[in-house]
Design a binder for this molecule. Structure first.
Ligand SMILES: [Zn+2]
Length: 216
């Protein structure tokens, strides 16, 4: 049986047995104002189901759990994946005041509320940052194999992303299952956005989700 997706969108969404690859996961986009053209490109040019909201005023409370719940309810709402656009102004080293909104957005994305589970996280490296993050590869002095070298330190990303990409392990290199966050480049993402969104979505139910840290 063939379904007209636009006509039966709601039915397709509810019945998970129908064509898994056609099911799109709703995304929230966390980005710096400097990178808004990329956010708009995702919104206007790509086949991505997204919520068009941004945290732009602080939640006035001393209660961290309340802040997390409030951001999840009022901004993230029914999204299941948060896309973090990594540009030249996305680093931890720029300080809390500069990064307070994207840090809160990522924290609330990672927060596991009751009836409101944490989001998967997909980091997209913008072209201006590719050479600063993808540093090639090195031969490991422990296992002798080749490992990819990535700079996801305070100089390039906020800790909410870096810590949940490189989750501490007792071995020389990270396998896919050792990471919660998914990382890709802008060019790869644009070629097949929902494949990466799916990968981030699936992490929510994997064992590594238990090792996530909301406020690193
Ligand atoms: Zn190694």
């Amino acid at each position: 049986m063939k379904y007209n997706l636009s006509q039966f969108k709601d039915i397709v969404k509810i019945d998970t047995n129908i064509g898994g690859s056609q099911m799109k996961h709703k995304c929230y986009i966390s980005f710096k104002l400097e990178d808004k053209d990329y956010k708009q490109y995702i919104q206007n040019e790509l086949d991505v189901d997204m919520i068009d909201k941004s945290l732009n005023e602080p939640i006035d409370s001393e209660d961290e759990d309340y802040i997390m719940r409030k951001i999840r309810e009022d901004y993230l709402s029914d999204s299941t994946v948060t896309i973090f656009i990594i540009g030249e102004r996305s680093s931890e080293s720029l300080g809390w005041n500069e990064q307070r909104f994207i840090k809160r957005e990522l924290q609330a994305s990672l927060y596991n509320g009751s009836n409101n589970d944490r989001n998967g996280i997909l980091g997209i490296v913008l072209p201006s940052m590719t050479d600063k993050i993808y540093l090639g590869s090195h031969t490991c002095n422990v296992c002798g194999k080749i490992h990819e070298t990535l700079d996801l330190t305070d100089d390039t990303v906020i800790r909410e992303f870096g810590r949940n990409y490189f989750i501490p392990i007792n071995k020389c290199a990270w396998a896919d299952e050792d990471r919660y966050c998914i990382l890709t480049t802008w060019d790869n993402f644009v070629n097949n956005p929902n494949a990466y969104i799916d990968q981030a979505f699936e992490k929510r139910d994997e064992p590594i989700a238990d090792k996530v840290r909301v406020r690193p």
